[in-house]
Design a protein around this ligand. Structure first.
Ligand code: SF4
Length: 239
């Protein structure tokens, strides 16, 4: 689990709304041209489906529902919860795909280096490695990132067939838009839920419980999904 944002919720909502407006204004033809210039082609290395390469696979609510239909055990609360209240309960904005306990942390659905549900794979799996959001570079300068893991997987400078760049650009923007909307809905829900239940985020409790979790302790966590919170208790099995 990683650091939590100390920015107040209203400011975070405002920032996410700004990000959403900018995302919607990003010129489609520029994105398509970047996709064509990179000319990425998957070489079936399957690294992108492992925790070692990609951290975790965050799911949109619609994808969580589908994953649960395929196998209820395939999802888990996403890592990096955003909040922890004064009672030690964590809050996170959605679910992620479960990873196996193998050496690379392969996705739950990866078998013999192939996705066993390829035709039903999730939004992020369909758009990866394209992305369209702002991130700091190695010098801390925040700018648009359009591609994940450049030169670390796949083949480059291959010809992108007509229509494919446009399709990838449209799908990626659709995914990023849905992600930001899910985050805004989560933040707005937490703002109201905390106010109604007299809860507040307490950083010290967050840090203490994260240390406890790292040592193998169990923590309560509420996961935001389809406009409500779902209760879980999780234990770190990878200590
Ligand atoms: S669902 Fe399939 S494509 Fe998506 S990360 Fe898992 S193995 Fe890879």
């Amino acid at each position: 689990m990683g650091p939590v944002s100390l920015i107040p919720i209203p400011a975070r909502i405002a920032a996410a709304e700004r990000e959403l407006s900018e995302l919607l204004l990003y010129p489609q033809e520029r994105f398509v041209s970047i996709i064509r210039d990179i000319g990425f082609q998957c070489d079936l290395c399957s690294r992108c489906c492992t925790r070692a390469f990609n951290g975790h696979v965050f799911l949109l609510d619609c994808d969580t529902a589908r994953a649960r239909e395929i196998d209820p055990e395939s999802v888990e609360p996403a890592p990096f919860p955003e909040f922890c209240d004064q009672n030690g309960t964590f809050y996170v904005s959605g679910y992620a795909l479960r990873a196996k306990d193998d050496e690379n942390g392969s996705c739950y659905f990866l078998e013999n280096n192939r996705c066993r549900i390829y035709d039903q794979r999730f939004s992020i799996c369909r758009v990866y490695p394209y992305m369209l959001h702002r991130e700091p570079d190695e010098k801390g300068k925040i700018d648009w990132r359009q591609f994940a893991g450049l030169d670390e997987h796949g083949e480059y400078h291959t010809e992108i067939p007509d229509g494919l760049g446009e399709e990838a650009a449209a799908l990626t923007r659709e995914y990023e838009t849905a992600c930001i909307r899910q985050e805004i809905a989560f933040l707005a829900y937490i703002r109201d839920y905390f106010s109604k239940n007299r809860l507040r985020h307490v950083q010290k409790i967050y840090d203490d419980r994260i240390r406890e979790f790292a040592r193998g302790g169990e923590i309560p966590i509420m996961v935001f999904c389809n406009g409500r919170l779902e209760e879980h208790r999780i234990r770190n099995n990878r200590q």
